[in-house]
Design a protein around this ligand. Structure first.
Ligand code: SF4
Length: 428
């Protein structure tokens, strides 16, 4: 298969010793995933069993919709529940009954655990099982945890998808499962490319509707579109499906390599692959060119947050000419990000987990041109004169596949451009 991208580096980062950090960390919790998951799954409802803090987080992150009934909500645990004075399980069952009676459009209900529900050891898995039996077959009730205790914000999606996998019907058919919640328009672009390549029988997890007929079995191969789906990867393997390892579809190189891995699996010939991808590849390279001028030669430092860090470092170094000085990720699953680590030339510190003060010291010492971090660190670092990019924006913005490559590069070049404009203004 033709590959016009730069050759892989002589030594990549797959075997670079990982700096493991186990200290204080600054990340959002897994509830955040509800913001994009409820938009994706159009007949699902996410019921958080949590505190007022959880409700505030969701409302401020998602915005309050006054024109439509939202598809997420919070059952607030009161002090009596926390003290074990009330039967929280019974109250929850009553709330679910009320909700489902009122909202007949709901086909999948997720009970989402939080820090308080975990602390009081509320058995939401059992609650989901009982409620599912009560409301079957019209509604399936599932459970996952979005608690902020020891989890990061993208793990919410992973936990949600992993909870869906055991519920999927069994199939023997040879099929590709594309796994990860993408904005509809991006998902459609990916499906169109796969169709043009001749890959038939493609299913998507999560599907837009519960009755989309997604199934899994020993002849299913799956390709992940998000690098944070370690739990889902394991759950699919338990169902007999086989993972197609590939770099993640960010930028021209990442998208081409991802598609090539799928094409290889399905025996697509080189001529067809080149014919289908030539035009979008050229478009994506053209779309990235302006941002590349700004980014080339600049140093980037990643704090661990979204779990997209390693594939994005690969993108910024190889496709935008940046130098990565440190790439921190909350967790490093080599089965998932190994192919991106192979392409990332050796040099940067690869760190897993966080000890935020020590990492801030390292960041200040190298004075990167761009720091990718969570919201909590961005403002203080900006105040110290460092340019930052909020990691959460990379999850909320469409950034996958060829047509978004220019926007993805632009997300990183904008803070640098803004800084140089401010410096110009100050000099005048
Ligand atoms: S789940 Fe935990 S971290 Fe997340 S909003 Fe609720 S209390 Fe806060």
């Amino acid at each position: 298969m033709t590959h016009h991208s730069a050759p892989p580096p002589a030594i990549g980062c797959r075997n670079t010793p990982i700096l493991k950090q186990r200290g204080q960390h600054e990340v959002f919790c897994g509830l955040t995933g509800i913001i994009w998951l409820h938009r994706k799954m159009q007949d699902a409802f996410f019921l958080v069993v949590g505190s007022r803090t959880c409700a505030h987080l969701l409302q401020s992150a998602a915005g309050v919709m006054i024109f439509a009934e939202p598809r997420f909500g919070t059952v607030i645990l009161e002090e009596t529940d926390l003290a074990g004075l009330a039967d929280a399980q019974e109250e929850l069952a009553r709330e679910v009954d009320r909700l489902l009676a009122r909202r007949t459009d709901i086909r999948q209900l997720f009970l989402v655990g939080s820090c308080p529900s975990e602390v009081i050891k509320l058995d939401l898995a059992r609650a989901a099982e009982k409620l599912s039996a009560r409301h079957a077959p019209s509604v399936r009730v599932m459970y996952y945890s979005g608690s902020g205790i020891e989890t990061t914000f993208t793990e919410g999606e992973d936990a949600c998808l992993a909870a869906m996998v055991p519920e999927l019907p069994e199939t023997d058919k040879r099929q590709l499962l594309m796994v990860g919640a993408l904005p509809d328009v991006v998902e459609d672009q990916a499906l169109s490319l796969l169709e043009k390549l001749g890959v038939e029988d493609v299913a998507v997890l999560p599907a837009r509707y519960a009755d989309s007929g997604v199934s899994v079995g020993p002849n299913t191969v799956f390709a992940l579109t998000q690098p944070f789906l370690g739990g889902t990867h394991a759950a699919l393997e338990r169902r007999g499906a086989r993972h197609i390892p590939a770099p993640f579809p960010f930028g021209e190189e990442g998208t081409t390599a991802w598609l090539q891995a799928v094409a290889r699996e399905f025996g697509v010939d080189t001529a067809r692959f080149d014919a289908v991808t030539a035009a979008p590849r050229a478009r994506s390279i053209q779309a990235m060119s302006k941002a590349k001028q700004v980014l080339s030669g600049k140093k980037v430092f990643f704090f661990p947050d979204s779990q997209l860090e390693i594939p994005l470092a690969r993108f910024l170094v190889r496709e935008c000419g940046m130098e990565a000085v440190e790439v921190g990720a909350p967790f490093i699953h080599k089965a998932l990000v190994g192919p991106d680590l192979d392409l990332l030339p050796e040099g940067p510190v690869i760190a897993e987990g966080q000890d935020v003060d020590k990492q801030l010291d390292r960041c200040r010492a190298v004075q990167p041109d761009l720091t990718v971090c969570g919201l909590g660190l961005a403002n203080p670092l900006e105040a110290e004169g460092l340019s930052t990019k909020w990691a959460i924006e990379l999850v909320f913005t469409p950034v996958h596949f060829y047509e978004q490559a220019g926007d993805l590069a632009g997300l990183f070049s904008r803070p640098l451009r803004r800084k140089s404009l401010l410096q110009l203004d100050a000099a005048e």
